[in-house]
Structure formats: structure tokens, C-alpha cells
Design a protein around this ligand. Sequence first.
Ligand code: GLU
Length: 277
Amino acid sequence: MKARRLGAVAVAATLALTMAACGSDKGGDSASGGGKGLKIGIKFDQPGLGLKKGSDFTGMDVDVAKYVAKSLGTSEGDITWVQAPSAQRETLLSTGQVDMVVATYSITDKRKEKVSFAGPYFIAGQDLLVRSNDSSITGPDSLAGKKLCSVTGSTSAQNVQKKVPGVNLQEFGTYSECVTALASGTIDALTTDDTILAGYAAQDQYKGKLKVVGQPFSTEKYGIGIKKGDTALCQKVTDAIKKMVSDGSWQKAVDNNLGPAGYKPGAGNPPTPDACS
Ligand code: GLU
């Protein structure tokens, strides 16, 4: 499993390099330049947030990314979408493989040591996804003796280990791997943001089979990751987020992307972005 994942990452990295070398990469010059292509890191496997289906990309993060790109002078067709698994996000930014990450990316002090953030543009909370016929898991306090799944490099994996010391946690590279394991019975619960969990529970193949517990136990402030210290870009992105909220596009994106799963944004939404520093 691990080798295969690393393989996929290597292939993606090589591809990115090859594209750049051939000059076919749309992700042009400095992101702050405007009017140029942008390479944007998103999730490819999170319905309602960042989902790749053929050559189509959908979700709240995709809509936020498109809106911000447009404000920077980049049209949709000049965006190169790059898969940004949780554990890869800081590296993708610091090596310049992407200009921005819009991928259910929580703003944390630890991450701020390596990257900068604009936002938050959304506030979610960590929850649990279980099989619908399982009434034994009602929150983080009932995880003793249960097999839990989350993703390497996520705040979800960190938070739950802090909250439930000694919890039996298996870490995969993506949440969709956890969902498959949950549906097949290999694990008992998946923990991450309620936004992500709602998207999986509403997928056709899992409808009626999986349920979100509904006891959020963290605050996840989604930011747009950029290269550390690019204050000029941070300011432009922050302005774009504010405008997205004030002109109604934020609410539209929420309704279109999270509405179908019955997800309602919790307290604090839409958030006011922090000042750039
Ligand atoms: N928002 C959390 C994080 O940034 C969990 C979701 C994710 O891994 O993308 O770690």
C-alpha cells in the first residue's frame, strides 16, 4: 500500500517536472504576477470539496480556488490542478510545485513554520464516520477497543491521538482509502472533518450504509496555503476571499457543493479572514 502510494507521488512529481521542462505547464511565473497560469493543489478524492472525475474538478475548494484565481487574473482554463494529499501540502508549496493549496487545509501554528496562509475561508469540525448499523460509537469517548482510520499528516490524526491516548489508529494516505476499509469492515470508524465525512456518507455507493456521528470535537479553520512569507499574494487572496463572501458567491458555493450532502456550515461561518503577516 505504502510503496504504491509513494510510486504515485513520484510519478506525479516527475510529470510536473516534465511538464515544466516542456514549457507546456500553464503555471507560469510568480503567482502574484496576475494574468498567468496557476498551479493549484486540491484533493482529488473528497466529494463536495475537491473531487476529480475524468477531466472535471468539482467541490467547495475548487470553487474557492477558481474565484481566487479569477481575482488574480487567471481564468479557469489556465489553472493546472495538482493532487495535494494531506502529508504533501507543505512540500508542494515550499518546492514551488504548486502556487496555492486549497485542500481542506487547516491553519495551524506548526504548518505556519513552513508555509503561509490566507483565510480562513471556512470553518469545519472533526467528527467520526461509522457504519449505519453501529450504535456503539457515539463520539471520541467510545473508541476504546475500536479500529480507527485517518490520514498521515492531517490534524485529524494528531487531534484524535491527543484526545484519546493509546487509540488504535491506522493511518492511510487518503481518506477514500479509509472509507473503503470502513465499508468493508476492516476498520470501525474514520475520523476527519465533518465536511469530508458528509461528502462520503452521501455518495451513492454508501448511502444508508455510513453515517456521521455528529459530535464535532475540534475547530478546523481552512486556509489557502501559499509560499511562506509571500505577503503580497496573501493580501490579494485575502481580498478575494472577502469579496467571495460579500458578493454571495461563497454561499452559492456552499449550497452547490455541501448542500447535496445535507451539510450545514456551523458557527463562525462565513469566517472573517485573518490579517496577513
Ligand atoms: N483539515 C484537516 C487538515 O488539514 C483534515 C483534512 C485533511 O487532511 O485535509 O489536516
